[in-house]
Design a binder for this molecule. Structure first.
Ligand code: CP
Length: 310
């Protein structure tokens, strides 16, 4: 198994490495903390807001005995505000630390950073591109619930054209777990992009597309709900308003919950806006807060695999 270095996208993972991430994450969930990264420094460099990704990576590093340096709003508080390029920032910051966790507002940001970094880069979300570490924690959550990731009907719902988490999750499922079926549920303006559908076809993974959940809820094992990404519609307010109006149909409320099959789960990468009603949270089907907690264990596993010698 090659050593895990930078984590840029979902497609880079071979099956052995993916299974190892899930295995080490399970160990991390059991031990909760250890000292394997003592003396190592992680930089979190976030050009877009984050609660879960930044804080779980920082907590993960500290739980492994490492140190963290960070700028939480790099657009405003790094030299980006003075006009410095991503490439120059990365050249400099990589001289201060052992790994950089980067969230960038434009697709391809992590790849650009990797080309100029002397240390591994971990993609913590690049615009509407990918969010591979989120998809890994999604897979960990699915595996914990179902054991085998096989024979499942998985709906991905919401603003799919801009959703980087559903893109990364689709790549992982197609390459490693094609024996499942995906249902893309979204308003027509924000359908899943063609590149993902082509990738699913290449791995002969079954997929379907619809604009609502009609007739589907009773057969789904997983409803993976997502929010409308307001920040990606800055230049098109009319489309944003249309998508918001159509998204009302997709809201998971008590009525929809009652139509779901026994043993099914609801996931969401969070943050949640209105697309899952608060009244759903206490139902045993609601797994999104557990999913967010799993992020800590998966990110501990990833930091160990990138930084520790084993
Ligand atoms: N799921 C996720 O990426 O959340 P944050 O934006 O809070 O990091």
């Amino acid at each position: 198994m090659p050593k895990l270095s930078s984590i840029i996208d979902a497609q880079q993972f071979d099956h052995e490495t993916l299974l190892r991430v899930l295995e080490i994450a399970k160990e991390m969930e059991e031990v909760k903390s250890e000292n394997s990264l003592s003396g190592k420094i992680m930089t979190s460099l976030f050009y877009e807001p984050s609660t879960r990704t930044r804080l779980s990576f920082e907590a993960a590093m500290k739980r492994l005995g490492g140190e963290v340096i960070s700028t939480e709003n790099a657009k405003e508080f790094s030299s980006k505000a003075k006009g410095e390029s991503l490439e120059d920032t990365i050249r400099v910051v990589s001289g201060y630390c052992d790994v950089i966790v980067l969230r960038y507002h434009k697709e391809g940001g992590a790849k650009r950073a990797q080309d100029y970094s002397s240390v591994p880069i971990i993609n913590a979300g690049d615009g509407a591109g990918q969010h591979p570490t989120q998809a890994l924690l999604d897979l960990y959550t699915i595996k914990k619930k179902f054991g085998d990731i096989r024979g499942l009907k998985i709906a991905m719902a919401g603003d799919l054209i801009n959703g980087r988490t559903v893109r990364s999750l689709s790549y992982f499922l197609a390459k490693h777990f094609p024996d499942n079926e995906i249902f893309f549920i979204s308003p027509s303006r924000v359908r899943m992009r063609e590149d993902i559908k082509e990738y699913l076809d290449r791995y002969r993974m079954k997929w379907n597309e619809a604009e609502n959940f009609d007739g589907l809820l009773s057969q789904l094992d997983i409803v993976y709900q997502t929010r409308v990404q307001k920040e990606r519609f800055e230049d098109d307010q009319a489309v944003y308003e249309e998508v918001m109006a159509k998204s009302e149909e997709l809201i998971i409320d008590r009525q929809k919950l009652e139509k779901m099959k026994e043993g099914a789960i609801i996931m969401h990468p969070l943050p949640r806006l209105f697309e899952i009603r608060y009244g759903v949270d206490k139902d045993p089907l609601a797994k999104y807060f557990e999913q967010a907690r799993n992020g800590l264990y998966v990110r501990m596993a990833l930091l160990k695999m990138v930084l520790a010698d084993f």
